[in-house]
Design a protein around this ligand. Sequence first.
Ligand code: ADP
Ligand code: ASP
Ligand code: MG
Length: 412
Amino acid sequence: MARLVMKFGGTSVANVERIRNVARHVKREVDAGADVAVVVSAMSGKTNELVGWCREAAPLHDAREYDAVVASGEQVTSGLLAIVLQDMGIQARSWQGWQIPILTSDAHGSARILGIEGGEIVKRFAERKEVAVVAGFQGVHKETGRISTLGRGGSDTSAVALAAAIGADRCDIYTDVDGVYTTDPRVVPKARRLDRIAFEEMLEMASLGAKVLQVRSVEVAMVHKVPTFVRSSFDDPENPQPGTLICAEEDIMEAQIVTGIAFTRDEAQITLRRIADKPGVAAAIFVPLADANINVDMIIQVVSDDTTTTDMTFTVPTSDYERAMTILEGARETIGYASVAGATDVVKVSAIGIGMRSHAGVAARAFKALADKGVNIRAITTSEIKFSVLIDAAYTELAVRTLHSLYGLDKA
Ligand code: ADP
Ligand code: ASP
Ligand code: MG
């Protein structure tokens, strides 16, 4: 008998009517004989509102209390879905993270799942065919017993981790699009839905800005080999489409050179000018940033004409930009630079595809195509299955569309 985890995101549970629609999807699987655990997000907009209230209460607040507040959105939707299912004659019970329990690290606000005790849920499948409705996004810190949350978009990770814990045959992530597309369909109408995408590619797509799945959920799916589908909750509950399967590379017949384009505004650029070009400068810049837990991503070093000084350009997460600037200004003496400049109106556009491993010159074509459109590239990084360019945010759509057509991804 099939055992399933079905996850429904914020837009899919935005109001009671939509929750009723979700219940119809659940009923279909229950009627087909499956044991079902459902994971729900908060109603769309709810988590933002809760985060806003925390900031209003105090800009610098206790992360444990932030979690107590923001976890509440999922408590509401899990209870409501259980009520609706019961009303349809289906046995159902809601579960908060601490009740299962979903044990996590103590990194409040972005905790990691350490273990899930799925025994009781499975026992109830066997005893009374009871649907478990699990509040996504939340868990409980193992030692303190305090409520924790998994970072924004974390319900995806709750779902995949639960699927691994209860040995589900499949994890279905229901959202407001009918699968993973070659790029964000809201930005490129010509984006195509993919039938399959490899774990590695999905991991890069998610890390590089495609928010359709939380990065950690893809990691968990990959490590535990959970067959995961992304599909639409707006399909007819009686006749839904399968969506996109995230699967092992071997299960994809014909790998494209480029599978998708992703972009993110979550990076800011910093440039230090005229640094003395001597051993130890890179360490002088990047060690203090690392000590402050700031992740540096793209790095470019340009030696100036006089060859005695160098310019260093790099990117940091937008949320750490102010902090990074303060640290660098404080370290001006030790680093020894002439000036520092920054830009937050930049976007990182990336192309991803496992086919890049075996094809040369893939990125070079992009640089040419972007230059032809007058798009200036501020920084570049490449790795085995992706490359990224940093450009002015004003050119986001132009750049994404240009690369999307360049690699033959536009739908006919
Ligand atoms: P949910 O609330 O269901 O978790 P999200 O808003 O987190 O939904 O994720 C779905 C959204 O992800 C889509 O509406 C779409 O705009 C966006 N998205 C970004 N990149 C992609 C992509 N490559 N394929 C599909 N959707 C994408
Ligand atoms: N409600 C949470 C958020 O908005 C978790 C999720 O939707 O996955 O980030
Ligand atoms: Mg999401």
